[in-house]
Structure formats: C-alpha cells, structure tokens
Design a protein around this ligand. Sequence first.
Ligand code: NAD
Length: 321
Amino acid sequence: MSRPTVAITGGAGFLGSHLCERFLAEGHQVVCVDNFLTGSLANVEHLMAEERFRLVRADVSLHLVIPGDLDAVLHFASPASPTDYLRLPIDTLRVGSNGTFNALELAKEKGARFVLASTSETYGDPLVHPQPETYWGNVNPVGPRGVYDEAKRFAEATTMAYRRAHGVDTAILRIFNTFGPRMRPFDGRAIPTFVRQALLGEPITVAGDGSQTRSICYVDDLIEGIVRLCNSDLDGPVNIGNPHELSVLALAEWIRELTGSTSEIEFTPRPQDDPTVRRPDITLARTRLGWEPRTPIEEGLLRTIAWFRRHQPSWRAEEAT
Ligand code: NAD
C-alpha cells in the first residue's frame, strides 16, 4: 500500500465514485469531497458503512480543508458532460481555476501527490490525429465549449506552476471519453443517451451525419490507468483512453444491436465546435505505466447496458420530475 490516504474531489461523480471504490479495495483511507453539483449521494451510499471512507460535502471552488495526513489529492471535481458545462459555465470555470488552486494548496500543505483530471478536450477539434501529449490543441476560447476546454487548460497550467514554483509532486492526466455504470441517462453524453433511447424504443439521436469519431474506454480500464499514474513519478500530461476509434453512427448502431432495440436513428444538428475526430496516442502510458486498455468495447457496452436496465425504474422516475 504505497499511498494510504487519498482525497478525491468530485468523488461522488461517475469517475470519482469508481475511484473511491478502487482505493478502498486496495486498503486506502478515502476522503471524498463533493458538493453534488452533478454527482449524487447514490453513487457512494454503498461505501458509507466503510470506516475508511469519509464523505465531506463542500464546494472546492470556495475552500478545501481536510484535517490529518494525506498522501494524494486527486482533483476530479468539475461538470464534465457538454450538457452540464453548457448549463453551468461559471461553475465550470470556477472549479477549473479556484478549485484547482485550492486542491493544489491542499497537496502543497500535506506534501501529497497531486493528480489533475484533465481531458482530451484540451486538444479541441484536433488538427493532429491521433493526439500525442505534445500536441497543443485547437480550441476556440470564445465558443460555448470554451468554458470547459479553457478551464482544463488553465488547470493544467496552474498544476505546472505549482510543480515549478513550489515543488509539488504533480501529475496531469488527459482522459478520453470513458463510459460505464453510473453514467447519468440524461447527461447528454452519447453512450448513456443512446442506451436510454434504445431501451425505451425512442429514436436514437445522432448529431450531424454521425461520421465524427470518438474513442471510448471502459471505466475499469481508465481507473487502472489513474491508479498506476498516482503510484508513479510521471508528471505528464499523459493520455489515458482507448485508441479503438469508431464513428458516432457506428456506435449508435452497435448499441441498438446490443440492446435488441428497433429504434430508428434520427439525425440532429451538430453542436458548435464538436470535434471531428478523437483518438489518443497512448505510447507514453504504455511505456511509462505499462498500461493499456484490456476490456473489449463490446463487453463494456454490455455491462453498461445491463446496469442501465437494472436502474431503469430510478431513471424513469428522474425523467418524470
Ligand atoms: P461527473 O459530473 O459525474 O463528476 C464530477 C463530480 O464533481 C460530481 O460529483 C460533482 O458534483 C462534483 N463537483 C463539481 N463541481 C464541484 C465543486 N465545485 N465542488 C465539489 N464537487 C464538485 O463527471 P465525471 O465524468 O465523473 O468526470 C470527473 C472528472 O473527469 C471531471 O474533472 C472531468 O472533467 C474529467 N473527465 C471525464 C471524462 C469522462 O469521459 N467521464 C473525460 C475527460 C475528463
């Protein structure tokens, strides 16, 4: 057990809750900090009985104080789906800026390793394909998506400043599209939207002609990459994602087939600055962390669909409110 106490901001979200589970399973103490802006208590309720788990309800953009020793601070708090950050533009900028300062100050005070959850969105609509970490990106700072992309780019710059100016042991992780259980059916991301629509027999809404590509990684693989990064001395940025690239239309058709649905595919307007292609170059993660994705996409999709089926009554109730 190399890092016995970890603090995870955004720990009650989709990825954060899987991280909490994983660190607990490894015997760590886990402090989950969340204000439930886009996450929920339901994601971590099953962990509350564990004495090594502590939930702190706080807005990390305002302050972040955790008594006692910490070995690692993983900064995952941020609205992450386009629907969320377009609805919450100021909160997104604040958590990427003030929240990152607060999380870095905490790591500095405790002498803890700091891991920033950055994103493939820092590459924007990329002109280099696949994207290596050395590519600086093609981001529109004044477009609607700029609130998320630029918040993360600012967070990366802040992280590097704390490393250089204060010697904080930092790492930057660029996460590519990840999917799995606990995604919210109405969060606007492609996979939960397609699965929900397919299960309800509603039209599956594909943006544009669906030829834009995404590379999707099953959540367990991503979590393994994060844990390896946390336990390494790599500073990054490092891409963690699955290079398996497919068009959004192919993804919609695949999900329709796996759910046994007869939903029609319906084409809708493409959002502004929607990336045309996306695929990580994972050479760095392979060579320095010995990491690569292991879960076949179909298996990940089947597990995700099974989870959505099991939780259908609760998300139908959410839809009704
Ligand atoms: P999520 O919305 O499920 O989780 C984010 C969590 O942060 C939520 O629980 C939310 O309540 C919390 N939060 C937001 N603002 C907060 C604040 N000010 N104070 C305290 N808590 C706050 O999203 P996710 O998909 O789990 O993403 C987690 C992180 O990973 C984000 O930083 C996101 O940018 C990054 N990321 C995710 C993906 C992906 O595919 N899921 C891809 C790239 C990057």
